[in-house]
Design a protein around this ligand. Structure first.
Ligand SMILES: [Fe+2]
Length: 271
């Protein structure tokens, strides 16, 4: 199989990119092996290298307080377990070539998918943290409410808005959010209803709660302008977004939240 590093795999953090390139080079060498013994040595090296690479990448994620840290680390751990199991399979003089090809294919496929699906987001986040935000004309002060039961998603919004020093109150469910909104007039409210976790009926219930939240908010301060409600939808959330907009959301963002989208959304609604 073709095992080649591509520019599109670059995440923009030189140490991680360097290690990814070295991993691809190691995988290419699976085609140069000439015995079962060499395969075992090569596989042991690869296991060791991956372990070091994952540890380095995780340290980097921790340093920048990456919002998906836990889930990402879990992917590394799962793959290490899978490799561990593969390494326990018997290699003999008869089957080593077949095993070498299988290992090369498994690791390469995983690595490419993992980089594209997970590692590139670390790079995107890192760049956002260091971008100077000149493209966004956001006000100096704002009071936001962020309702989401998922801690990593709340952390994500905080990280994106770190340079602005906004007051961001958090809530973990709609009841909690409504109590906070009764006491404080927020400039913008972000709301997540976990539609996808509970099936079609649960989704309908979630949307009913959402629509009820909008109605109660209107009753709360009928004379003031309405607080913009930004619906946070899960990954498979296109339907969720459409429904939310029909039920009174002013805007919708799909998770995982991209920093640029959060900021451009706030630019539309913060005045
Ligand atoms: Fe990774």
């Amino acid at each position: 199989m073709t095992v080649a590093w591509k520019e599109s795999y670059r995440i923009g953090q030189s140490a991680v990119d360097q290690q990814h390139q070295e991993l691809f080079q190691s995988l290419q060498r699976f085609e140069e092996l000439s015995s079962a013994q060499e395969l075992e040595t090569m596989f042991a090296f690869l296991l060791h290298y991956l372990e070091r690479h994952f540890a380095d990448e995780e340290r980097f994620m921790g340093d920048i307080d990456f919002y998906e840290f836990e889930a990402h680390r879990e992917r590394h751990f799962e793959f290490q377990l899978r490799l561990q199991r593969l390494s326990e399979g018997a290699v003999s003089e008869e089957n080593w070539q077949e095993v070498a090809l299988q290992l090369q294919r498994e690791v390469t496929t995983w690595l490419i998918e993992h980089i594209l699906e997970w590692d590139l987001r670390i790079g995107e986040y890192y760049r956002e943290l260091h971008s100077n935000d000149r493209t966004f004309d956001l006000p100096q002060q704002a009071t936001l409410l962020l309702c989401d039961s998922d801690r990593s998603s709340r952390r994500r919004v905080r990280q994106v808005l770190l340079p602005y020093q906004y007051r961001i109150d958090e809530a973990i469910d709609l009841g909690h959010a409504f109590r906070s909104a009764s006491e404080i007039r927020y400039d913008v409210i972000f709301l997540h209803c976990p539609l996808s976790q509970v099936g079609a009926q649960g989704a309908a219930r979630g949307m009913a709660h959402f629509s009820d939240f909008r109605r109660r908010l209107r009753q709360l301060r009928p004379t003031e302008g309405e607080t913009p409600l930004i619906f946070l939808s899960s990954e498979e959330g296109v339907v969720g977004c459409e429904q939310a907009l029909k039920l009174g959301a002013d805007d919708c963002l799909v998770k995982p939240l991209a920093g640029l989208e959060v900021k451009s959304c706030l630019q539309r609604w913060l005045r």
